[in-house]
Design a protein around this ligand. Structure first.
Ligand SMILES: [Zn+2]
Length: 102
């Protein structure tokens, strides 16, 4: 799998998780079964620092905008914060791979 492709899918994965949307991919298929549980845990944690749940609506913790619907929030993240998410994902991916190599 090409790195760019994997990165894009992981950004999508994190954005969907932050918006509590159903995933289109499995993490195992993107990063392998060893790194996946680690990444799942860190994405769980990170998604809480990205989204503020307003009881059915979402607020963005990165820029304080909202309220959004699920879908609206997902699109906001992809359109406005793609680079932020990409940076976060790359850092977490590096950490996950270090854990795997140990
Ligand atoms: Zn935002």
């Amino acid at each position: 799998m090409r790195y760019d492709y994997m990165l894009r899918k992981l950004v999508e994965y994190l954005a969907r998780k932050s918006a509590s949307m159903i995933q289109k991919y499995r993490l195992e298929d993107l990063v392998g079964s060893v790194a996946a549980p680690y990444l799942e845990k860190s994405f769980d944690r990170i998604s809480m620092s990205i989204a503020r749940d307003g009881g059915g609506t979402f607020w963005c913790r990165l820029c304080d905008k909202g309220p959004f619907t699920k879908r609206g929030f997902y699109l906001h993240l992809i359109r406005v914060h793609y680079k932020d998410l990409e940076y976060i994902v790359e850092e977490e991916l590096k950490r996950a791979l270090e854990v795997v190599r140990r």
